[in-house]
Write a protein that binds this ligand. Structure first.
Ligand SMILES: [Zn+2]
Length: 422
């Protein structure tokens, strides 16, 4: 059967891979998750160009795959375009580390995803459409908070980590999720069949192979990935003797980018960056791991609905009803599920975080539960908490957030009030 022409993508028949024998009949390379030798492990092939090569469910770049579909539908992108990977190799080599070989420790990232250009050069030359799922590059970042830290002499220019123009030098890494379904199911303590069925049904039946192709164990989910910002030498992350300052931060567009004052996300993030720079300057290394999980992975529409519900409820926004209002709208308090978060730390070879810039008990439990030692926990300084964010902060402390101070009582929580809508 011929592929439809790019100008008329709906012409011809659609090839389904939902039945065995059609998708991987010829040409698909075996995937043996957790195998020590990458040649035995095999490359992740999620191409839409040549279906016979596919050995996973789903496609690359998560939700951006839909934009790719639009580009094909509009005739802007030639169907079957293969990426030219010339000069795209990582600026810094990460690993391999022993953690990569523990299939149960690395269930949501392809550890070889950054180095397919070299590790799978032979298969690429044979015509396999293999894409990196991780990219490593260098950057300078300019932040007003860091400029301010220099002005107040909390930080000093050293010409290596922090430059004369107040920019910080970083290695940054973009990571796309690659889920090994048996391992993800085990992490959530459910059966693989239950996980596959829920994924199939809750995506509106978008991926039939989830339920028809149990032989395909790897899924490229249509969700956002992670970005890592490393201050200092990325290889030092794997050395437990080098002091590591780290924050694992979940996306909050309203605060992170636009400075909305209802939460502490940006102030805590920039405080962590300042701590990372200070640590790297003192001979250590710093890491910000940023996950695209907007609004506790509930999305921004739900988040804004909750803001309204909080501020319009009888008595106004108060800390004692903070979690209740989220649960009323979303059905849960939080959908971030930190279970998969430590994978990226293991990918970096991390065994010890000396200074964890986070008060989240969920994150702390996930990190330590995965076998990484945590030393000190660094809270956000009180002076950085916006007035309207007190509601969130006190509610979280009452619910188990790390604090060096007192945990508020129910009566005290009811007295912590936020601003009204007007
Ligand atoms: Zn926030």
């Amino acid at each position: 059967m011929e592929s439809p022409s790019p100008a008329s993508p709906t012409a011809g028949h659609i090839r389904l891979t939902s039945h065995p024998g059609q998708g991987t009949a010829t040409g698909a390379l075996a995937l043996n998750w957790g195998a020590a030798d990458p040649q035995v492990r095999g490359p992740v092939v999620g191409t839409t160009a040549n279906r016979s090569q596919r050995n996973v469910i789903g496609t690359h770049s998560g939700s951006y795959g839909v934009y790719r579909a639009l580009a094909v539908a509009a005739g802007n992108l030639v169907r079957g375009h293969r990426a030219d990977l010339t000069n795209t190799a990582p600026t810094d080599i990460v690993g391999p580390y022993p953690q990569w070989l523990d299939a149960r420790k690395m269930v949501s990232i392809d550890p070889w995803g950054a180095s397919v250009q070299s590790v799978f050069a032979e298969q690429l030359a044979m015509g396999y459409d293999i894409r990196p799922t991780i990219a490593v590059t260098k950057a300078h970042i300019h932040l007003p908070e860091i400029k301010q830290a220099l002005a107040f002499q909390r930080l000093a220019v050293d010409g290596r980590v922090l430059l004369e123009d107040a920019s910080a030098t970083v290695t940054k890494v973009a990571v796309e999720p690659v889920w090994w379904l048996p391992g993800v199911a085990a992490r959530f303590k459910v059966s693989e069949a239950e996980l596959r069925r829920a994924l199939f049904e809750e995506t509106g039946g978008m991926y039939p192979e989830l339920v028809t192709r149990s032989d395909l164990e790897v899924f490229l989910p249509p969700i956002g990935g992670q970005t890592l910002y490393v201050f200092g030498d990325i290889r030092d992350l794997a050395d437990p003797k080098v002091t590591l300052t780290a924050r694992v931060h979940d996306e909050c567009n309203g605060s992170d980018v636009f400075g909305s004052d209802i939460c502490t996300c940006r102030p805590y993030l920039t405080h962590a960056i300042e701590e990372c720079i200070r640590g790297a300057q003192a001979g250590g290394v710093g890491l910000i791991a940023y996950s695209r999980k907007e609004g506790r992975a509930l999305g921004e529409v739900t988040k804004f609905l909750v803001y309204n519900a909080r501020k319009r409820q009888l008595g106004g926004d108060s800390a004692d009803k903070y979690f209740l209002r989220t649960e009323c709208v979303a059905g849960v308090q939080d959908m971030r599920f930190q279970e998969l978060m430590p994978d990226v730390l293991h990918w970096l070879g991390i065994r010890k975080i000396h200074r964890l810039v986070s008060m989240s008990n969920d994150k702390y439990d996930a990190i330590t539960g995965s076998g990484i030692e945590v030393g000190e926990r660094v809270p956000i300084p009180d002076a950085l908490i916006p007035a309207d964010a007190k509601v969130e902060m006190e509610a979280k402390i009452a619910a188990g957030y790390f604090t060096e101070g007192l945990v508020p009582t129910d009566v005290e929580l009811a007295l912590v009030k936020g601003r009204g809508l007007e």
